[in-house]
Design a protein around this ligand. Structure first.
Ligand code: SAH
Ligand code: SF4
Length: 367
């Protein structure tokens, strides 16, 4: 097995401050080769290179741009492919959507990630490295990653330790210095971890994949709701808000004729009206693993308007830049497949308009 850098430093009696310099070179200067470390003597660089210690545990296989979105396919040391997504917003924001597991064991019925067999949790380093690879990609533009969302492959609250550690590293001035308010963890509702997250000590945000306004429908769409029923989930959310003062973002994927009717909107208003909530409506992204349909555009607009006129803050993920959850629901850890990408981006174009004022009641969108 390859030596670690710590072992090599110990063996060669390298003083501790060199580790700090290395950390700076990797996370601040974003070096891609040890030769670029300006603070290291040549003999030390040669020693590290001789020992063949890799700079990162993962390898970038490909990056693929479509409009404002760039997908990165990374290969782990044990041969798994994972995906991260960069969204370059129209404003200054550069958001990275990170994965935390290789596939997911939760098995939500509408999700491509969940349809594949769960393999393993990613390590803290593997989560942080995803932001590192994207940062390197952005280096030539002289811009930095500003936001990170845990909305890629996997359920963050089923792998809490690496997720919370990576989150603190992303926030730390020694690493990426990303403002806690610009970090969002999204969960399908692993109740005990919501209580833990409320105590994490930094102002990171919480998104809940709600997707249904009542226990029965939620259970049908998300079997995890049998284990952690909606009532318990809402109690945990109330605790989070009370403890942190932060508003929660509720994700609601509109699926044609499943949860997209006015009766569902009515129930959703009842559930959220007295809560500090923001609703993010996503449009179902069709994929090969499920039989669901996209909603009609007129139903999406009616749903949004119903919530809005009753005082619920609501947005539709409409532009390429904002449309990350839908894309993330499609992550299947394979190298990119043109057909699948087409479905993702077709949906983005569909909602890349100003839905605030237009209600053209178009025909159903095609994938
Ligand atoms: N596992 C976490 C993090 C993933 S976030 C969670 O579920 O919250 C990805 C978001 O995309 C979630 O809100 C998820 O429910 C949603 N999603 C999954 N499949 C989707 C699909 N086919 N179309 C649109 N959104 C989807
Ligand atoms: Fe897992 Fe989230 Fe997909 Fe559900 S929606 S299967 S929790 S990745």
């Amino acid at each position: 097995m390859t030596q670690t850098i710590e072992e090599l430093f110990q063996e060669n009696k390298v003083p501790k401050f060199r580790l700090k310099q290395l950390q700076h070179a990797i996370y601040k200067d974003l070096i891609t080769d040890y030769d670029e470390i300006s603070t290291f003597p040549q003999w030390l660089k040669d020693k590290i290179k001789e020992a063949k210690i890799p700079l990162t545990t993962m390898e970038l296989i490909e990056s693929h741009r479509s409009g404002n979105t760039v997908k990165f396919v990374l290969k782990t040391h044990d041969g798994h492919f994972i995906e991260s997504v960069l969204i370059e917003h129209k404003d200054e924001r550069k958001t990275v959507c990170v994965s935390c597991q290789v596939f997911c064991a939760v098995g939500c019925k509408f999700c491509a990630t969940g349809a594949n067999q769960y393999r393993r949790n990613l390590t803290t380093e593997e989560i942080v490295e995803q932001v590192l690879f994207v940062s390197r990609y952005l280096k030539h533009q002289e811009v930095r990653v500003t936001n990170v969302v845990y909305m890629g492959m996997g359920e963050p609250f089923l792998t809490y330790k690496p997720v919370s550690e990576s989150l603190l590293m992303l926030n730390s001035p020694d690493y990426f210095n990303i403002g806690a308010r610009h970090i969002v963890v999204s969960t399908s509702g692993i109740v005990p971890r919501i209580y833990d997250y409320a105590e994490i000590g930094i102002q990171a945000k919480l998104a809940i994949s709600l997707h249904a306004p009542n226990q029965k429908l939620r259970s049908e769409m998300m079997p995890i709701s049998d284990r952690y029923p909606l009532d318990d989930l809402m109690k945990a959310c109330d605790y989070f808000v009370e403890k942190t003062g932060k508003r929660i973002s509720y994700e609601y994927v509109l699926i044609g004729n499943v949860n997209d009717q006015i009766e569902h909107a009515r129930e959703l208003v009842e559930l959220l009206i007295d809560r500090k909530a923001h609703v993010n409506l996503l449009v179902y992204n069709p994929h090969e693993f499920a039989d669901y349909k996209m909603p009609m555009e007129k139903d999406v607009i009616a749903f949004r308007n119903y919530l809005k006129t009753r005082g619920i803050e609501v947005t539709i993920r409409k532009s390429m830049g904002d449309d990350i959850s839908g894309a993330c629901g499609q992550l299947s850890g394979k190298q990119l497949d043109k057909k699948k990408n087409k479905a993702v981006f077709a949906q983005r174009e569909f909602f890349d308009g100003d839905l605030e004022i237009k209600d053209k009641s178009k025909s159903p969108a095609k994938a």
